[in-house]
Design a protein around this ligand. Structure first.
Ligand SMILES: [Zn+2]
Length: 338
């Protein structure tokens, strides 16, 4: 038996695999946005399954606090670019997979260039802002994506194929104000839930890439601690700003976050451009215990790692300790949430 046949033998003999299935996987181009717990598991699974081409995007570096839940990263990787480490490990797992590592921040300026040319987009990010951006691109160009998210002991996932069903904004029409949602860095995450959600996401990806029937529009939620699985039907909303009115507000930078370095200081300002104000008391409570928090009536100051983050009521934050917008955006996403 030739090497390649041997490698895929245990999946090829499945009744779900027909003659062209492995070939379909080999001819597929997939982009994985985010290399945390979801992205590392999903990229390893798809590489092992024989997906031909994987593009790996992540703006962050491996941290010690990632290791409890991520696949592929080891202690020696701390401080290295997540995207590059994943690329290296995938090449060790399956040298037939063509990989590209993009250690970059997906934003409205680069989104079209980065996402174009892929058959499927996998959301393995940790923030809603990027998901709205993926959704805009998906609806505008007709590329399906698979939403996946984990927090605490919960996970959720939904296949979005704009040609067939509802989009992400049919489900969540407006972006919630920054600071209102918990993040894995403020609320924690159990290390088993990403494996389950990644397994669901990867299975759906394999089905889609090989032309099998794929559900669109069911939001699946699983609480692994309570062993509670539920599915909610999401209907396409004709008045949806994105798939109904065909306005791509996140891709066109009409809404969403901006950042710029502050002149003369080692600091970056992040502006989420929100209509609603942040509840600073709630945010201070969330951050308590993660670093030192000092609350004043119009702002809070939070010191963590070697950074000082000042958050204002309108959601703006000045992040001192870095001049790099990418680093500042990542810190904002972790501790304030967007
Ligand atoms: Zn929609």
């Amino acid at each position: 038996m030739p090497e390649e046949e041997k490698r895929y033998d245990r999946q090829s003999i499945l009744s779900q695999w027909d003659e062209g299935t492995q070939e379909d996987l080999r001819n597929s181009r997939v982009i994985i946005v985010g290399c945390g717990a979801l992205g590392t598991n999903t990229s390893a699974t798809l590489a092992r399954a024989g997906v031909g081409e994987l593009t790996i995007v992540d703006r962050d570096f491996v941290e010690l606090s990632n290791l409890h839940r991520t696949a592929l990263f080891n202690e020696a990787d701390v401080g290295r670019s997540k995207a590059s480490v994943v690329q290296e490990r995938i090449e060790e797992i399956n040298s037939d997979v063509r990989t590209e590592a993009l250690p970059t921040d997906l934003d409205p300026l680069n989104a079209e260039r980065v996402l174009k040319g892929h058959d499927l987009i996998l959301d393995c990010t940790d923030n809603l802002l990027t998901r709205y951006l993926l959704n805009d691109f998906s609806v505008k160009f007709g590329t399906p994506w698979i939403y996946a998210a984990v927090i605490e002991t919960m996970g959720m996932t939904m296949n979005v194929n704009p040609e067939e069903g509802p989009c992400f904004r049919c489900l969540f029409p407006e972006r919630p104000p920054s600071g209102t949602l918990p993040t894995c860095d403020t609320a924690g995450v159990i290390n088993t839930i990403p494996q389950v959600i990644s397994a669901l996401q990867s299975t759906e990806a394999i089905k889609y890439l090989t032309g099998k029937k794929v559900n669109t529009g069911d939001l699946l939620t699983f609480d692994i601690w309570a062993r509670d699985l539920s599915t909610v039907r999401v209907e396409k909303d004709d008045e949806c700003v994105c798939c109904g009115e065909e306005k791509y507000q996140f891709l066109d930078s009409e809404v969403g976050q901006t950042s710029h370095s502050v002149c003369g200081r080692e600091a970056v300002q992040i502006n989420p451009h929100m209509e609603e104000e942040i509840n600073l008391d709630e945010l201070a409570e969330k951050l308590e215990g993660l670093g030192s928090v000092e609350a004043r009536d119009v702002l809070i100051r939070f010191e963590v790692e070697n950074y000082r983050i000042t958050v204002f009521k309108d959601g703006r934050a000045i992040i001192e300790g870095t001049e790099e917008e990418q680093v500042a955006r990542s810190l904002y996403s972790k501790y304030i949430g967007n």
